[in-house]
Design a protein around this ligand. Structure first.
Ligand code: ATP
Ligand code: MG
Length: 244
């Protein structure tokens, strides 16, 4: 499991994560909601060992991401996909996907390429397997990004607003893939502004507000809060998101 304990992170004088506790168990799909600037991306970056924590501890299957030796193990178990496509521009879709399995997992290149092609087929992109990122649409690039993460056979998938730069049609292509992964039992932590989608696929919803994790509820309960009986802050957030 992923365990986040008492995590604090400040940039200069600004405290961005203010004592976060969160557990993600195998098979769970946890969505992280919250306004812009509430600390969602920073939390994902901390989980991936990209930010140094000021306090607290994050472990992935008991490997502490703040210890360089353990971070390597933690990263073998979790893969991250970011909002902005960060594919290597000089490599084709297949090459982008096969790179880490060959370099890190020591899978023979031929096998890694065959695996990459199979992954691309599973996201409807077999015809674009040999295209370079510049020859792909945003939605196609993001699907390649997901395949690249999946090629590492991660136990956990961390996704940070991977559809926010896409138009609605491409968004629905990418969300369909996430829905399939969720129904296959992939453990996912994902930051999203797609409220209705979060409601459909997550088992739990976490709500960040100004660097604090103010709500952590089963999905049905979180959305029931909308009805007015629970925290006004969630109701306010949900009504604003639905208007946007
Ligand atoms: N490297 C950095 N240096 C300084 N401040 C930063 C840095 N990264 C993030 N911040 C600040 O930390 C706060 C939280 O940022 P973060 O990117 O985690 O928000 P977010 O919840 O992901 O927002 P959004 O929904 O807009 O993506 C913001 O005020 C941001 O400006
Ligand atoms: Mg963000």
């Amino acid at each position: 499991m992923i365990s986040v304990r008492g995590v604090r992170k400040a940039f200069g004088a600004a405290t961005v994560l203010d004592g976060i506790d969160l557990d993600v168990h195998s098979g769970e799909v946890v969505s992280i909601l919250g306004s812009s600037g509430s600390g969602k991306s920073t939390l994902i970056r901390c989980m991936n060992g990209l930010e140094k924590l000021d306090a607290g501890c994050i472990t992935i299957d008991d490997f502490d991401v703040s210890r360089p030796k353990e971070l390597t193990e933690a990263r073998k178990r979790s893969a991250t996909v970011f909002q902005l496509f960060n594919l290597y521009p000089h490599m084709t879709a297949v090459q982008n996907i096969a790179l880490a399995p060959v370099e890190v997992l020591k899978i023979p290149p031929k096998q890694a390429e065959a695996d990459a092609r199979a992954l691309l087929e599973s996201v409807g992109l077999s015809a674009r397997a040999d295209a370079f990122p510049s020859q792909l649409s945003g939605g196609q690039r993001q699907r390649v990004g997901i395949c690249r993460a999946l090629a590492m056979k991660p136990r956990y998938l961390l996704l940070d607003e991977i559809t926010s730069a896409l138009d609605p049609e491409m968004t629905s292509d990418v969300l369909a893939i996430l829905a399939k992964l969720a129904s296959d039992g992939t453990t996912m932590v994902f930051v999203t502004h797609e409220i209705e989608f979060a409601r459909t696929i997550s088992s739990r919803v976490v709500f960040l507000d100004k660097g604090q994790l103010v709500v952590d509820l089963p999905t049905a309960e979180f959305f029931a809060a909308d009805g007015g009986m629970a925290k006004p802050r969630i109701a306010q957030f949900l009504s604003k998101m639905r208007k946007d």
